[in-house]
Ligand binder design. Structure first.
Ligand code: ZN
Length: 188
């Protein structure tokens, strides 16, 4: 089922997600619905708070972004990114490393708003997958960026919080309009 995506201005986007303690049927259904919703919206990642569920859960799939490569290491060995997709991360712990590099980002909760964001180029991730098994991997490129963006969502952090003052000034009017529209729709 395709779920409505919560837009900027909705308070759930600022809540910290609760850890998932059991892989209940509800959680498994949420994962399937989030994947469907992400593909429908042509996103590379979607976090549970973006569908109104403040939980430590995000889904990703970078396969469609052919001109923005990703790297993956499993047990220290370079591995096939495509074969690792789609990726579900539950209760993820992320250690980012390397000097931050700029890269373009958008967000399904901020339609039509884009900016370059500085992030470390590499992440080491420990999480549970959709089967409830513990996974560990290292990622680079777009996948590292997308994971950091999504895991920020799980902590109530949004990409506008990481924009430079100049970049944020450029999107300020669009942000205000989006926030007002969201607040109006939440009230109605
Ligand atoms: Zn986002």
């Amino acid at each position: 089922m395709i779920l409505p995506i919560v837009k900027y201005g909705h308070p759930v986007l600022r809540r910290k997600g609760a850890p998932i303690v059991d892989m209940t049927p509800d959680v498994l259904e949420l994962i399937q619905d989030m994947l469907e919703t992400m593909y429908d919206a042509a996103g590379v990642g979607l976090a549970a708070p973006q569908v109104g569920r403040p939980l430590q859960l995000t889904v990703l799939d970078v396969r469609a972004a052919e001109n923005r490569p990703s790297t993956l290491e499993l047990k220290g060995q370079p591995s096939d990114v495509a074969a690792f997709m789609p990726l579900t991360l539950i209760n993820p712990v992320v250690k980012a490393s390397g000097d931050p590099v700029p890269g373009p980002e958008g967000c399904l909760s901020f339609p039509e708003i884009y900016a370059d964001i500085l992030r470390p180029p590499s992440v080491e991730v420990t999480a549970l997958n959709a089967a409830g098994d513990q996974i560990e991997f290292k990622a680079g490129g777009l996948l590292a960026r997308a994971i950091q963006h999504e895991v920020d969502h799980l902590n109530g952090i949004l990409f506008i919080d990481r924009m430079t003052i100049g970049a944020k000034a450029e999107v300020e009017d669009a942000l205000k309009a989006l926030q007002a529209a969201t607040k109006a729709s939440v009230r109605s």
